[in-house]
Design a protein around this ligand. Sequence first.
Ligand code: ZN
Length: 291
Amino acid sequence: MQTPFSFRLGQLELMIFSDGYQDLAPAHPMIGPYEQPDRVQQALRALQLPTDVLSLDLNILLVRHQDRLIMIDAGLGTEDRTSGRLPASLAAAGIPVTAITDIVLTHAHTDHTGGLLHPDGSPVFPHAIVHLSQTEYDHWMQELPDFTASPLDIAPEMKTGLTTRIPEILRAIQPQLWLTTPRATLYDCIRLVPAPGHTLGHSMVEIFSGEETLLHSADLLHAVVLLQRPEWGMFYDMDFGQAARTRESMLQEAASNGKMTMTYHLPWPGLGKIKKGDIGFEWEPATASGR
Ligand SMILES: [Zn+2]
């Protein structure tokens, strides 16, 4: 069992766990859906990344603040054989699932919410308040979400998968759900930062203690190649153009302030610095990865 990556931010104790990973195949059109396949594959190969698969790590940040144990997102859970490792990883670090007091969801995609439920629909984290943006909730609970600005528009099966499973999860966690305003502050250590595009209510999460801050960029970066080519985007981006602009401005800001950035999908633990590169931006991981 992998030990969590632990560090401090001011008075806060932070840990990064893994729920495992999820493979989407092939890498194109998952990345750069509107680009020529050759161009994307060439860029991936130059970064020593596979072209047959887009492998997404599932990095879960845990913040300990006084009597709160706050998790950012909940993993994919047991929907995939390569994921669902979070409860055991927490237990191995002496944290039972019953000890988690809060889960802040960056958005409602199943690789962030699937881990909230056991296969029988009962809650994995029975004592946690689940915080989710009202905008995100409303978007997925409406009859027919609008996919016309997304590459998903031409993928009926994927659309049906999302519009069936997400409301199912949101209904099941209803008793735990607490809907938030766009820039909500929680427990004097967490601030939501709207980052629309990947989904309508997609939020980044700023963790703060005194003057120190760490930005969790949620789903703005699914692969290192998107630092070089933020405009290439990702197949699941709901508003493709807006997601690209949000990604670009986050990268600009992170590169100019030089602070650590947390990512959900880059290789575990997903923590690193964003720098200006020869092409676009570069990722400087905080540590060597290894699941
Ligand atoms: Zn995701």
